[in-house]
Design a protein around this ligand. Structure first.
Ligand SMILES: Nc1ncnc2c1ncn2[C@@H]1O[C@H](COP(=O)(O)OP(=O)(O)OP(=O)(O)O)[C@@H](O)[C@H]1O
Ligand SMILES: [Mg+2]
Length: 223
């Protein structure tokens, strides 16, 4: 599904350059569940941003579904991010004034889906994460674990093959974290590919493969 060859990422210009990624070679196959671990500043989010087509390497090649991402224009990149990749973040990134239901609907509005199908799908996704009873709640009226479940439902709106999560349980207690893990395991069983950055040992223990980054390099690719 994804392949990287000698990917480097350098931030900044002049005297204060940071080599965030150094020569990353990586392959992730369809329907793998990969845990991405490593110390703070080791380049995990940088790597995930490139995998998610949110950022580009400074050098090296990145292939998404065998296509060279460097050749994609702005529209094609946006389409891949919307249709093929679901993003989940540590701080949930929900719209504060929108209900749980509306938050899940939003990516489908962007995709031009008709209201009826969209509303049915939003409710189906909220049911999938066990939140059908909270659909009219705003984020401030939800627990952290519930907010993250809304964010996961939203990430699934366009049925992406690949789900990328950056510290999804970082702001959650153990019980809520385990609920998120159970949802990820379900998604994996249903055929999605998952890449999850985590410090949560319960998650890395359940991942099929664990990649460890140290100082911008893959120390162990679990494969
Ligand atoms: N936009 C940026 N501009 C300059 N330097 C950056 C930028 N983003 C990240 N860095 C630097 O690149 C390195 C890797 O950062 P990255 O965010 O990928 O680490 P991380 O492994 O996700 O860390 P954490 O576990 O703390 O989230 C760090 O040294 C960081 O300071
Ligand atoms: Mg990070």
């Amino acid at each position: 599904m994804i392949k990287m060859e000698k990917v480097k990422k350098t931030y900044g210009t002049g005297p204060v350059q940071v080599d965030a990624l150094k020569n990353i070679d990586l392959e992730i196959k369809e329907n793998e569940f990969v845990g991405l671990i490593g110390p703070s500043g080791s380049g995990k989010s940088t790597l995930m941003n490139i995998i998610g087509c949110l950022d580009v390497p400074s050098s090296g090649e990145y292939f998404f579904e065998s296509e060279r991402v460097a050749t994609f224009n702005h529209n094609k990149l946006a389409e891949i991010r919307n249709k093929k990749i679901g993003f989940v973040f540590q701080n949930f990134n929900l719209l504060p004034y929108a209900t749980a239901f509306e938050n899940v609907e939003i990516p489908m509005i962007f995709m031009g889906m008709k209201a009826r199908a969209r509303k049915a799908r939003a409710m189906e996704l909220l049911e999938k994460v066990g939140l059908e009873g909270r659909s009219s709640h705003k984020p401030s009226e939800l627990s952290g674990g519930e907010m993250q479940r809304v964010a996961i439902a939203r990430s699934l709106a366009n049925n992406p093959r690949l789900i990328l999560a950056d510290e999804p349980t970082g702001n959650l207690d153990t019980k809520s974290g385990d609920e998120i893990l159970a949802i990820f395991q379900d998604l994996w069983k249903q055929g999605h590919t998952l890449v999850v950055i985590t410090h949560n040992p319960n998650i890395s223990a359940r991942a099929q493969r664990v990649i460890r980054l140290i100082d911008g390099k893959i120390e162990n690719n679990g494969g």
